[in-house]
Design a protein around this ligand. Structure first.
Ligand code: ZN
Length: 444
């Protein structure tokens, strides 16, 4: 779909102005509630069903990478599936039941069905004494074992000599699934949005990331785009490594990107810069957060956290940052059963979505413009724009529209929001005082 030319603003700004954030927040939360019961992991039917639901919501291609495939220093593991699991007393009463909460089973547990002594059972039980009412989340992807997670309070109840333990799982050659959507734009230069999709019943980490990414995909699909957009819904670590391995040539097209996670809690925003530190995406997101007037934090890249570790590994060093609200590991409910539907708030989800969309709109408009009067200021009163000059940064735009400075440069210098400057650009274009400059960086 071609972009409208002349003085029209990018349609993303209209979308943002018309956005009903209450409705958007409710839709995001509803989608999280639909995905919540599925037992996801880095492979298997729970992950696949999640991707199918994202496909129904926003359109997605599901890609399968066979177990045993070598991807850089990693091997795609066997596929894990689980149907049922429980710990029962010898009278057959289920004391711990996978059907109540899928966090009860250590992810990737190998199958077992036998009676075990209390001592042996306790070696395979995990709890968290700091939060005695919550079930912790554990997995063991690359070391074969079995285990259960219980609340610390429940641990004290295991006083019998023997228990029946059953994990009806399978760990066999299959494939790793990931979801990919590509939206072509006017140029092949790309914006990459990536989110991990491998956690079981946990909402902030990371059904919030999945839902916000899916909503972005849905909205961008119907809008004319300058950039091409690629969305990845991947299992942590092995997912992006498998994708990068299969698309090494293509990565040179990626100009900007975001890893999305933990976007639904009520904390302020946190942005982790790309390894490049001053990439356009780093500057754009920082400006959006500063402009919000709310508290936020910007951190430098570190080889920890989410999948930016892979995209920013030195062989790729892609311009991707990670956007979150409260970061992983820094809220008490993280990786526990308390990261539930109550922790993620519709208004926080809508706010995260809006801020990201604002950043993308800024990237779409981030060109070098040329003012058609370069000698002295144009007489704005004559063009009916004098009373709008201050609000929409018209003097800033006219002065720095020299073909050298980008919208991002002008936003940083003026301290004005991207939305106001974009309106200023359309006003100046409308009276023939401004035009798009060369966009050499986007040449395909
Ligand atoms: Zn996690």
């Amino acid at each position: 779909m071609p972009l409208a030319t002349a003085s029209q603003r990018h349609p993303l700004w209209e979308l943002l102005e018309q956005l009903d954030s209450r409705q958007a927040g409710a839709e995001l939360h509803r989608f999280i509630a639909e995905l919540y019961p599925l037992c996801r992991s880095i492979t298997g039917e729970g992950l696949r069903e999640t991707l199918r639901q994202v496909d129904s919501f926003a359109g997605l291609e599901i890609v399968e990478v066979p177990s045993g495939t070598q991807v850089f220093d990693w091997t795609v593991p066997n596929e894990w599936n689980i149907r049922d699991a429980y710990i029962a007393d010898l009278d057959g009463n289920r004391l711990v039941d996978f059907q109540d909460n899928n966090l009860h089973v250590v992810g990737y547990s190998s199958p077992i069905h036998q009676c075990v002594s209390r001592e042996e059972l306790l070696e395979h039980l995990y709890s968290d004494s700091r939060h005695p009412e919550w079930i912790p989340y554990r997995n063991s992807y690359y070391r074969e074992t079995w285990g259960f997670c219980v609340s610390h309070n429940q641990l004290a109840e295991f006083n019998d000599e023997e228990y029946e333990v059953c994990i009806d799982s399978s760990l066999m050659p299959g494939s790793l699934s990931y979801g990919e959507a590509y939206l072509p734009g006017e140029t092949q230069r790309e914006v990459l949005i990536s989110t991990h999709a491998c956690h079981p019943s946990l909402c902030n980490d990371n059904l919030s990331g999945i839902a916000v990414a899916a909503m972005l995909l849905k909205q961008l699909r119907d809008i004319p785009r300058r950039y091409s957009y690629r969305f990845l819904f991947v299992p942590c670590t092995i997912g992006p490594i498998a994708w990068l391995h299969g698309h090494q040539e293509l990565t040179s097209r990626i100009d900007h990107g975001l890893v999305l996670a933990c976007l639904g809690d009520s904390g302020g925003m946190t942005y982790v810069r790309s390894r490049r530190d001053t990439a356009d995406i780093d500057r754009v997101i920082q400006h959006v957060l500063a402009d919000s007037g709310e508290g936020y934090e910007v951190r430098q890249f570190a080889p920890y956290g989410y999948d930016q570790r892979q995209y920013c590994s030195p062989g790729f060093n892609l311009p991707l940052g990670c956007l979150m609200r409260t970061p992983n590991g820094e809220y008490p409910e993280y990786h526990t059963s308390a990261d539930n539907l109550g922790l993620v708030r519709p208004e926080a989800l809508a706010d995260s979505f809006t801020k990201i969309l604002t950043g993308l709109a800024a990237l779409e408009d981030n060109k070098r413009y040329i003012a058609l009067v370069q000698h002295g200021e144009p007489q704005l009163g004559r063009h009916g724009l004098y009373d709008k000059a201050q609000e929409f940064g018209l003097f800033w735009l006219l002065n720095y529209a020299d073909g050298e400075h980008s919208l991002l440069d002008i936003a940083e210098k003026s301290g004005l929001s991207f939305a106001k400057l974009s309106k200023g650009i359309s006003l100046l274009k409308g009276v023939g005082l401004l035009t798009d400059g060369p966009i050499e960086k986007l040449a395909t």
